[in-house]
Ligand binder design. Sequence first.
Ligand code: SAH
Length: 450
Amino acid sequence: MITKNSIHTVNINSINSSGFGVCRIEGIVCFVQGGVTGDTIEIKIIKSKKNYNIGRIEKIITPSPKRKENDCPVFKKCGGCVYRHVKYEEEALFKENVVRDAFERIGHIENVNLKNIISAENTLRYRNKAQYPVKNENGRIRAGFFAARTHEIISCDDCLLQPEIFSSIVKEVCLFAEENNISVYDEKTNKGFLRHIYLRIAEMTGEIMLTLVATKNSLKNQEKFVEVLTGKFPEIKSIILNVNREKTNVILGDECINLFGRGYITDILCDTKIKISPLSFYQVNRIQAEKLYEKAREYMGDTKGKTVMDLYCGTGTIGLCTAKDAEKLIGVEIIEQAVEDAKVNAEINSRNNTEFICGDAEKAAVILKEKNVKPDVIIVDPPRKGLTPKLIETIDSFGAEKVVYVSCDPATLARDCEIFASYGFKIQEATPVDLFPRTAHVECITLLVR
Ligand code: SAH
């Protein structure tokens, strides 16, 4: 019998897409956080359901050779990493399998031409962006990360995915808040001032952007704040106050107030200058993003003299980095600040054959179709929820030969590829790219041809 609190000795035989070890007890699947394929472990059942169980490791009897030592004090508590206890080569293979599995089980696509995952050389401190929620811990202001699936803040002094300088800046901001009696936001009561400390670094120029997300449009002792922070960290080129008054778990509000600098930073990606504003999306792993875009260039093929459509284009990065000699580049993006960045990015890279449209991709595509725009290649890079059937229908109606689908969620990618298949598209090739080492996430780029 499998009951709550019962103890079992199990062999872990796979890892699921959330990074949990998977085993079977009496034929019923059981998920074990921290379990690795090849482990023999003793577990205690902490949740028992009809179709599945969740177990907690009590004792590792025989560790899997795929294991390594965990190197983070808040691993398992924090909702960020799920693979700090697994050798990276194995993690990359697990992720490749997650993608293959999604194509097979969700997309019902057999024998997909899936290439080896493009893994990362650097698995430490690769991120260029962090958003730290803050809390008051016995009178001290501490920053950290949300625990998995909850809104509990796990305080963390130095995250191993972030540049070290972020930890120093965060510490300084917390100290300033304490000394100046700046209150922290409480989600439950919707009271308090400071919600998040949001940092971004443009690695190639070294420029840092510091954004405070707060519930009001003015910061106490603002001038002193700017003086202290820029004095200690000359890398900080922009300080912004982002106002979010809503009772919501969306981090950023719409309003940005410039406290210092130009309000943006500039990075270089695939030899292309990229202006990044606080509300604009920018790939968090620059080195891996370059490899992803290189693959996009390969999948798009020769774009000389062609019309390229980049849906969900953010600041225009994919199109600007790849389709350099295209006849025309049309980008669509819903965030206004990102569209403004995209236009500037076209200009500073001397690209005068571009058009960036602010709007919902599904609606904008219909309008472009009505205007009789004829793209040769369409790139899509949606958020995790993927495309809509309606947008896929419109994409099909353009008659383009190639669709390059960049996805950060294998499940929705596979779902959408099945719909593309119903319109006569075939997956020519797909390549997983690890943009997010140590976390459960994996990117995949897919070439669909008619
Ligand atoms: N291709 C870009 C951005 C990808 S992230 C890059 O690689 O940098 C996905 C982007 O889609 C984000 O910029 C987000 O703001 C945008 N987005 C989200 N929903 C959208 C929608 N319905 N229509 C158009 N863009 C949308």
